[in-house]
Structure formats: structure tokens, C-alpha cells
Design a protein around this ligand. Sequence first.
Ligand code: ZN
Length: 168
Amino acid sequence: MTNLYSFCSFCGGTLVTEKQHFKCSKCSKLTFRNPAPCTAIFLIKANKVLLTIRAIEPFKGMLDALGGFVEPNESFEDAAIRESTEEIGFAPTNLEYLCSFPDTYLYQDVYYDVLNVSFASYMDKDIEFEPNDDVESVKWFKYDEIDFNLVAFDSVKKALKFVKQKLK
Ligand SMILES: [Zn+2]
């Protein structure tokens, strides 16, 4: 795996791991290893939760939550609404904070540290979703119907335990 932080962005010197950050071997400036914020949103309808089937790597074909990376100048809530709109053409309005878990995301041979913040949103009517973007399709699941071996990310597996409490 490639290390995301190999060289100092100030002077190009080699970075050395020091606790939770990196120190430049030439200019001594620190590079911080902050996780990338990302968000998951779980639509809930009575006793069911909506999960997606991933259209792209990593974990293509596996189960995931709606959501994705927070962009500059966005709140977690804004990101959750934007991602849901991009992925299924539906903008949830009543977000409820559920939980947050650290995780990793493998992309182009690099493991990125992420911090996944999860929300629930409740709906009572049927809506025709339009899967798009990195979502192949979506499906409603009762909790007991979810095969956790097919869930792509650990943070989503952990968040689903919180979702369980919210299902009727
Ligand atoms: Zn440097």
C-alpha cells in the first residue's frame, strides 16, 4: 500500500511518523493525519432500512449506506442531503443524528482514514428512487434480513446496530 503522507508539502523533505502525525526530517514542520469526514444516511420506513448496492470499487456489488465524503464548506447534514440526492434522486429533510465511527477507505492503493457520521431519516410513503452515481440499486431490508458479511464498511455495520433501535 502507498503511504498517503511520504513527503513534506512545505519543503519536499521526507516525513517521519511521530505519534498520530508526521514530522518533516528537513524543516521539522508537522503534517497532521486527520480523518476525512464522510457521512452515511439511513432512510427508515417502519421496520425497514434502505441500503444500497455499490456500483463501484472498492466493494463493488456489496451493501452500503447512502452517503459519501463531505466537501469543503459543507456540513455533515448538507453532505448527507447532497449525497442522497446524487445517489437516489431523493433529498431527505428530517435528519436525526445516530452515531459516528472511524473507518478506512481504500482508493487507488491508498488507505484513507475517514470519520463516518451517520444520520437517520424517517419516511412513511413509498417513493420511486432513481439509483445513480456510485449506487447500482437500492433495497429495503428488515434488520434480520441484512447479511452483515455483505456490508462493505465496518462503520456502516456498527451504525446499523443504532439503526436497529429505530426500526419499529
Ligand atoms: Zn519540510
